[in-house]
Write a protein that binds this ligand. Structure first.
Ligand SMILES: Cc1cc2nc3c(=O)[nH]c(=O)nc-3n(C[C@H](O)[C@H](O)[C@H](O)COP(=O)(O)O)c2cc1C
Length: 191
């Protein structure tokens, strides 16, 4: 797949074929892509917790909040939940801020997932105290976000956002998820 196609397919997917399992090796491979990402001062302060088994997946799922704009949708039902998660952590013994590093590393993970025919969603809305307790994550590791992963079981389409239009994503009567994106002429200030 060319990069453009990878990026176009690299959408936020929130419904999966949960029966399609991921292995520990799949997740390690994805983190091997995150490992190569740029890092401010080359500090490389990110750490990762991998979850691919039902036992830990069930601990993580209830701490996540899905698709705030889809008011009538409580999140993925049993059978369409993520098959795996990567919890992205910032090691405070190494750095105090992790913002750009975490974004680049996470995008590498998501692109790697798409290349494998998988997909995912970055979840920033996390009950962090509950997740820390559930997974016994040490205090010096800040929970930055969770990447939910699996075999996508939904169609996501991108559309141009008209000037002054609504940025909220929405789902149509066929379950297709629509994501409005601002046009290049709005993004590039000197086009
Ligand atoms: C930092 C960050 C945090 C996000 N947090 C959530 C979240 O808590 N829950 C959720 O369902 N989606 C979350 N998303 C996914 C966004 O809603 C999604 O990227 C946006 O709707 C655009 O869709 P796209 O990724 O398919 O382009 C997050 C994305 C990013 C980059």
């Amino acid at each position: 797949m060319l990069l453009k196609e990878l990026v176009e397919r690299c959408r936020s997917y929130r419904r999966f074929d949960e029966a399609h399992r991921l292995t520990k090796e799949d997740l390690v491979e994805l983190v091997s892509l995150a490992r190569l990402a740029a890092s401010a001062g080359n500090l490389q302060p990110l750490k990762y917790f991998l979850s691919w088994e039902d036992k830990t997946n069930r601990l993580i799922f209830p701490t996540l909040h899905w698709a705030a704009y889809l008011k009538d949708w409580p999140g993925p039902a049993e059978g369409e939940r993520p098959a795996a998660y990567i919890v992205v952590l910032g090691d405070r013994n190494i750095a105090q801020v992790f913002g750009v590093d975490a974004g680049i590393a996470s995008q590498n993970i998501l692109l790697g997932a798409v290349e494998k025919g998988l997909g995912g969603c970055i979840i920033g809305s996390v009950d962090r105290d509950d997740l820390r307790k559930a997974l016994d994550i040490p205090q010096h590791l800040e929970i930055l976000h969770v990447i939910a992963l699996g075999k996508p079981a939904e169609k996501v389409v991108i559309e141009d956002l008209p000037p002054g239009g609504d940025i909220r994503y929405w789902r149509d009567e066929n379950g297709v998820h629509h994501v409005p994106k601002r046009t290049l002429s709005e993004l590039i200030i000197n086009l």
